[in-house]
Design a protein around this ligand. Structure first.
Ligand code: AMP
Length: 144
């Protein structure tokens, strides 16, 4: 599955939306969900996904669904800035496996950058400590 293909309703993020898999939630509204990446590239790495769209990537999604998604991206990025005081924030998303996509449900990465701290590997670094992940999520939540 890559840039072209059929949306797989059993992908991990669809299961998270349906409550079949856990996530460390930061924010949720009618249209979107923001949660911590469990293989973070830096401390505070979050993901934002649409809840109602069966879109594999940015090219697939109904354009009318983009505004609520990006609204949540900006909202949690603001909270990340307040809570974690990063020196920079990467906001990105990948379309197709050759571009780096590994989960085929549209999502945006919000990745804090800290001076003099390298970026971890994408989707293949170590799994986060869950206590630490919950603590970071609580800090970001408190700044929403
Ligand atoms: P991408 O490679 O852009 O498709 O990004 C998928 C992201 O999802 C990667 O950064 C993974 O670390 C992350 N990820 C995979 N499984 C989970 C999960 N169960 N909960 C949270 N993040 C996940």
């Amino acid at each position: 599955m890559s840039l072209n293909g059929i949306y797989d309703t059993d992908n991990i993020f669809a299961k998270i939306v349906r409550g079949e898999m856990p996530c460390v939630k930061v924010f949720e509204d009618e249209d979107t969900l923001a949660f911590m990446d469990v293989f973070p590239q830096s401390k505070g790495h979050m993901l934002v996904i649409p809840k109602k769209e069966s879109a594999r990537n940015l090219l697939d999604v109904n354009p009318d669904a983009l505004a609520p998604i990006l609204k949540t991206v900006q909202r949690v990025a603001h909270a990340m800035k307040t809570a974690l005081s990063p020196d920079g924030i990467i906001i990105t998303q990948f379309n197709g496996a050759p571009a780096g996509q590994t989960v085929f449900h549209l999502h945006f990465h919000i990745i804090p950058r800290y001076d003099n701290t390298g970026l971890g590997q994408h989707a293949s670094g170590g799994m986060a400590d869950m206590d630490e992940l919950n603590a970071i999520a609580a800090r970001i939540q408190s700044a929403l």
